[in-house]
Ligand binder design. Structure first.
Ligand code: GUE
Length: 296
C-alpha cells in the first residue's frame, strides 16, 4: 500500500484564505487590522528566514506586521522592555518572540513577560494551564496545525490510539492535551521510553516530534495508521556540499504502511504559519470583546 500524502501546503493556504476573509471583516467592524509583532534577537540564518516568511504571510492575510530585530548582544532587560512596550501597544494583538534566544537570555522569563492575551505562540504558562484544563486558550501553532490535518483526514479522533513521540512544551505536551480533548487514548513517548517501536506499533495516530532525522522506521508503523511528522531536520544531501530537509520519520518506508502521512517539507511546517495567523486573528477578536471567528 502507498499512503496518501497529506498536503499541508494546500491546507495551510486554504486556512490562510479563511483567515484573510475574517481579518477583513474584523477591520470593517473595528476600524483596524489585526496586528502581529515578531521579535528576532541575533542573526541565526534559519530564524531570519522563518521570521521573514511570517511577515510576508501576515501581510498577505491583511494583517499588520511589526517586525523587531535586535542585535545578538541585546540585554535580557532590553528585550523585556520591548515586550512590555508591545504588551501596552493596542495595535498589537499577537507577540511572537522567535526561539531559541541567545544563551545569555532566560527564555522562560521572557515568555512569562508576554501578556497571555497576546501570546500567539501559546507558550505562556497561563495558556498551557488553560489548555490543560479545557478553558479557552491560545494554543501552540504546530500542535494546532497537526490536529487540523488529523481531523481533515479522520474526522472524529474519539477512541483512537494516539502516540506522541516527544514531550516538549512546544509540541509534545500541548499535542497530547489536544488529543485528549478529542477523546483519543494518548501515550506520550520520549527518549527514556522502553520498546519504543512496540509502543508506536499500537498507534492509529503517530505524531513524531523528536528532532532526530528519520528515526521512526517503516516497520514501527501499524498498517493503516495516520502519521504526522513534525521534524524539520537539515541533513547532508547526496550532492556534495548541499543539504536537504528530512522529517523524524523515514518517509519512504512509512509511506508503504501508513494510510496517510505528512511529507517534509510541505506538511506540518506550512500549517504552523497558518495557525500563527489564525491565533493572531483569534487574539484580536478576544481583545476587542468579539466572539471567536467561526469555523477556524
Ligand atoms: N516563538 C517561536 N515560534 C515558532 O513557531 C517557531 C520559533 N519560535 N522558532 C523556530 C520554529 C520553526 N518554525 C517553523 C515554521 C514553519 C516552517 C515551515 O513552513 N517549513 C517549510 C519549509 C521550510 C524550508 O524549506 O526551510 C515546510 O516544512 O514545508 C518551519 C519551521 C516555527 N518556529
Amino acid at each position: 500500500m502507498t499512503a496518501k500524502r497529506i498536503d499541508g501546503k494546500a491546507a495551510g493556504l486554504a486556512l490562510r484564505e479563511q483567515v484573510a476573509v475574517a481579518a477583513a471583516e474584523f477591520q470593517a467592524r473595528t476600524g483596524r487590522a489585526p496586528g502581529l509583532a515578531t521579535v528576532l534577537v541575533g542573526e541565526d540564518p534559519a530564524s531570519s528566514v522563518y521570521v521573514r516568511s511570517k511577515g510576508k504571510a501576515t501581510a498577505e492575510a491583511g494583517m499588520e506586521s511589526f517586525a523587531h530585530h535586535l542585535p545578538a548582544d541585546t540585554s535580557e532587560e532590553a528585550l523585556l522592555d520591548l515586550v512590555v512596550l508591545l504588551n501596552n501597544d493596542d495595535r498589537v494583538d499577537g507577540i511572537l518572540v522567535q526561539l531559541p534566544l541567545p544563551p545569555h537570555m532566560d527564555s522562560s522569563r521572557v515568555i512569562a513577560a508576554i501578556d497571555p492575551a497576546k501570546d500567539v505562540d501559546g507558550f505562556h504558562p497561563v495558556n498551557a494551564g488553560r489548555l490543560a484544563t479545557g478553558l479557552d486558550a491560545l494554543v501552540p501553532c504546530t500542535p494546532l496545525g497537526c490536529l487540523h490535518l488529523l481531523k481533515n483526514e479522520l474526522g472524529s479522533l474519539s477512541g483512537k490510539d494516539a502516540v506522541v513521540i516527544g514531550r516538549s512544551n512546544i509540541v509534545g505536551k500541548p499535542m497530547a492535551m489536544l488529543l485528549i480533548g478529542e477523546s483519543a487514548t494518548v501515550t506520550v513517548a520520549h527518549s527514556r521510553t522502553r520498546d519504543l517501536p512496540d509502543v508506536v506499533r499500537r498507534a492509529d495516530i503517530v505524531v513524531a516530534a523528536v528532532g532526530r532525522p528519520e528515526m521512526i522506521r517503516g516497520d514501527w508503523i501499524k498498517p493503516g495508521a495516520v502519521v504526522i511528522d513534525v521534524g524539520i531536520n537539515r541533513v547532508a544531501a547526496a550532492d556534495e556540499g548541499k543539504t536537504r530537509l528530512v522529517g523524524d520519520v523515514a518517509f519512504g518506508e512509512a509511506a508503504e504502511v501508513a494510510s496517510a502521512i505528512t511529507p517534509v517539507p510541505g506538511g506540518v511546517g506550512p500549517m504552523t504559519i497558518a495557525m500563527l495567523l489564525r491565533n493572531t486573528l483569534v487574539a484580536a477578536h478576544r481583545r476587542a470583546g468579539l466572539a471567536d471567528p467561526e469555523g477556524l
